[in-house]
Write a protein that binds this ligand. Structure first.
Ligand code: UDP
Length: 328
């Protein structure tokens, strides 16, 4: 099937493109390369350098390639940045995605898998978090994703439009062959930053707050391998093609690790002492995020294949060691 992947040059997007190819589908990538990497997409994959809000471009891609489903990653996705520059997030994520959705409605593309986030929940009242729990984002990034979920829910009620919003917990890891991996400029995510220390590119890792109400005082997250996320996107699209009901799905392993625990594991994987400094909390960070992903397991038949965090860090380390400068 011909599947339009927006943001296919980004971290999760490029791993999904790889997975779609492996499964015999034809991804077509639309990416404005604001954060993605052209080299992350195989040269055999049709690639359009452009914007999701460019209705004429999106319409021509859909017509030319007879697109029958969309996986929509393209967005700004940094919690910290979203608190400093909310205008960028409302424009890039909310405004542009609504324009994109409206183009899909006009062109008759009915099925969309949406890149959402555990940040829609905010500070959870109970763990693990289920899809029907309260959504009260503590940061603008999560707020933009929640707003879009609400727009899509209304579109699904009003139009012949069907979506799955995949609420990722913390994506990490890389393709086992080390050919693609995580490369953000600037890097802000915990595991790649730790591995930059191991690579000698930074002299320490700063822990953002050691005064959270958790056993060691550092934030707890549920880490999920990027290839498990990639597989979930195809399963979700197939579910929609088969008439599945629109709505959200949590994607996580259901196991929480503190920042300190991630650093300890990375010490074992890399053999590097990984010096730490304790810094202030990062605005917008909830103390704990751990997924209940039973819905994705039961409804999508999703079964994470790489649930071991040490193995996730090892696959990320393979990429970072081979590509200390990322895709450059
Ligand atoms: N974190 C940290 N130091 C860093 C980067 C991240 O202590 O240099 C913490 C961050 O506060 C959060 C966790 O690591 O509790 C995961 O952050 P990341 O940015 O990787 O993902 P997010 O949870 O924001 O999606």
């Amino acid at each position: 099937m011909n599947i339009l992947v927006t943001g296919g040059a980004g971290y999760i997007g490029s791993h999904t493109v790889h997975y779609l190819l492996q499964q015999g589908h034809q991804p077509i990538v639309l990416d404005n390369l604001s954060t993605g990497h052209r080299q992350a997409v195989p040269s055999t994959v049709p690639f359009y350098h452009g914007d999701i809000a460019d209705s004429a471009l999106v319409t021509s891609i859909i017509d030319r390639h007879q697109i029958c489903g969309v996986i929509h990653f393209a967005a700004s996705s940094l919690v910290g940045e979203s608190m400093i520059d909310p205008a960028k997030y409302f424009e890039n994520n909310v405004v542009k995605t609504i324009l994109f959705l409206n183009t899909l409605l006009k062109t008759g593309v009915k099925h969309l898998v949406f890149s959402s986030t555990a940040a829609v929940y905010g500070e959870p009242r109970q763990l693990p978090i289920r899809e029907e729990d309260l959504t009260e984002p503590t940061n603008v990034y999560g707020q933009t994703k929640l707003m879009l979920e609400q727009v899509m829910a209304q579109y699904a009620r009003t139009y012949d439009f069907h979506y799955a919003a995949l609420r990722y917990f913390n994506a990490c890891g890389a393709l086992p062959d080390g050919s693609i991996g995580e490369d953000h400029q600037p890097e802000t995510h915990l595991i790649p930053l730790i591995l930059q220390v191991a690579n000698g590119r930074r002299d320490h890792i700063t822990i953002y707050g050691q005064d959270y109400p958790t056993p060691d005082g550092t934030c707890i997250r549920d880490y999920i391998h990027v290839l498990d996320l990639a597989e979930a996107h195809l399963l979700a699209l197939q579910y929609l093609w088969n008439g599945g009901e629109s709505g959200p799905f949590n994607l996580g392993n259901g196991q929480g690790f503190s920042v300190q625990e991630v650093i300890s594991l990375a010490r074992q994987v890399t053999g590097h002492p990984l010096p730490v400094q304790i810094g202030p909390r990062r605005p917008g960070d909830p103390a704990r995020l751990v997924a209940a992903a039973e819905k994705a397991r039961q409804v999508l038949s999703w079964q994470p294949r790489y649930p071991d965090l040490a193995a996730m860090v090892a696959s990320a380390w393979a990429w970072h060691r081979q590509h200390p400068d990322g895709f450059k």
